[in-house]
Design a binder for this molecule. Structure first.
Ligand code: 0X9
Ligand code: ZN
Length: 438
């Protein structure tokens, strides 16, 4: 089954979860007991199941070999006493968790909210003042800042070094896409002093990390509707949201298949190319800089995609784009044994128009990748990664990100030293132009 078929098949399951999440909205109102509610799951296993049923718990449903249960804190204590293994599933049912959030125990768990990210970026800047600096590259409709963290030795100087860009959170519900670029920043900074490879790449490049491009959407996803995708634009027809990844200015609105003209649609492309503050922030930033390569993180599907998204026609220099993707996939696999597929976006996933990688590739010619993080399909959790997914997903993406930074460094040096070889080996159309950066 290919990725598109898997996504299609998964729609019914998404719908089931959405309905369940909506129905859970009324639960707190119906319940007199004020002890916090949780949803947990336990493995469906005959001996344990018997014990469970004797405990008079509220068994909700069975899914994927697990039994989902509504449990209050005293129930959890009882399960703990019995050494009964269970998993928290609260993140799948946001309304249940509302009380806890306001009590500072965190609706979004280990995932970053906007404020948490702001605090953590500021901490990185404070701990590593020579290596990290925060820039604001735009302001959203709800007045949040779009942060970019620059990481480089002599960070306060704009040096003649290759620049590489990492983006997260075009889509609000894809929380894991914030964590991977954020953890990349943290890894580079924390290991600079101790790891010679990290030191070399941080010394020789300028790494720019924008972990949360869509903070308005993300906050909405945390507080109101976990499944929200777009930004929070109030559209002319009263509906909300533009799909930021359909609003870039290359092949914008090319057809109604890869994006929608309908404001209420999840893939609404906006009223004009770059109508949104988030896409304008990236456009202006990319035009000011001279990036050599970029990754924009999304979820889910576990694939590495390169342009074009708007057509199935191969891009210029497909062998180079494909070769880099193949190397990244190869480096990722041994970390946790997960295989990331790779290929042209439009041909391997589905057609989109106005997405970030198409515009960035068309504007600069740089290798531009969408990495769709795990899981591979909805049956494995879809957009709702657990907290324990964060570490392994970051760990397997790390070597690919380091490889791309290193590729940019090697390519940049070759371009400076041997112009003829540069043209032969990296004939991406506008690469040569961008090497005259300063
Ligand atoms: O549809 C998107 O914007 C991305 N997928 S997601 O499930 N994260 O929403 C894919 C963008 C890559 N481009 C193409 N597949 N054409
Ligand atoms: Zn996405």
């Amino acid at each position: 089954m290919n990725v598109r078929e898997r996504k299609m098949k998964a729609r019914t399951i998404i719908l089931a979860f959405v309905l369940l999440a909506l129905s859970s909205l009324i639960l707190p109102a119906l319940d007199e007991d004020k002890a916090p509610l949780n949803i947990i799951s336990v493995e469906k296993n005959s001996s344990l199941e018997k014990k469970l049923r004797s405990m008079d718990l509220d068994l909700l449903f069975e899914w994927e070999g697990r039994i989902f249960i509504l449990a209050r804190d005293p129930d959890l204590l009882a399960l703990d006493k019995l050494n009964f293994p269970y998993t928290y599933e609260n993140h799948r049912f946001p309304p249940l968790h509302q009380d806890r959030f306001y009590a500072q125990t965190n609706l979004n768990g280990a995932y970053h909210s906007y404020k948490e990210l702001e605090t953590d970026l500021q901490a990185l800047e404070r701990f590593y003042p020579q290596l990290a600096r925060i820039f604001t590259i735009g302001t959203t409709l709800e007045n949040r800042k779009i942060y970019a963290l620059k990481i480089s030795a002599n960070v306060s100087q704009d040096e003649n070094e290759p620049e590489v860009l990492f983006l997260g959170c075009h889509h609000a519900r894809e929380w894991i896409s914030v964590e991977v670029p954020f953890l990349l920043a943290k890894h580079l900074l924390e290991n600079y002093a101790f790891n010679a490879d990290v030191r070399r790449i941080v010394n020789q490049s300028e790494i720019w990390i924008v972990p949360m491009l869509n903070p308005d959407g993300l906050e909405y996803s945390i507080h109101y509707y976990r499944y929200w995708r777009k930004n929070r634009r109030l559209n002319a027809d009263g509906s909300y949201g533009v799909d930021i990844n359909r609003n870039y200015g290359y092949a914008w609105g090319y057809d109604d298949n890869g994006s929608s003209p309908e404001p209420a649609a999840d893939v609404y492309r906006g009223s004009a190319p770059f109508s949104e503050p988030e896409t304008r922030a990236i456009r202006d930033f990319v035009q000011q800089k001279h990036f050599r390569a970029m990754i924009t993180y999304h979820s889910y599907s576990q694939v590495i995609l390169y342009p074009w998204g708007y057509t199935k026609t191969p891009p210029p220099n497909e062998p180079l784009l494909n070769g880099i993707a193949a190397s990244m996939s190869q480096l990722m696999n041994p970390v946790n044994g997960r295989t990331y597929g790779y290929g042209e976006s439009g041909a391997s996933l589905y057609l989109t128009n106005g997405d970030a990688t198409d515009w960035i590739f068309s504007a600069s010619g740089m290798p531009a990748y969408t990495v769709e993080l795990p899981p591979v399909d909805q049956l494995q959790g879809g957009f709702f990664n657990t907290e324990t997914d964060i570490g392994p997903i970051f760990n397997e993406n790390l070597p690919a990100a380091l490889y791309l930074i290193d590729w940019s460094i090697q390519n940049f040096r070759r371009a400076l030293r041997r112009p003829q070889e540069r043209e032969a080996k990296a004939p991406i159309n506008k690469m040569a132009r961008s090497s005259k950066k300063r």
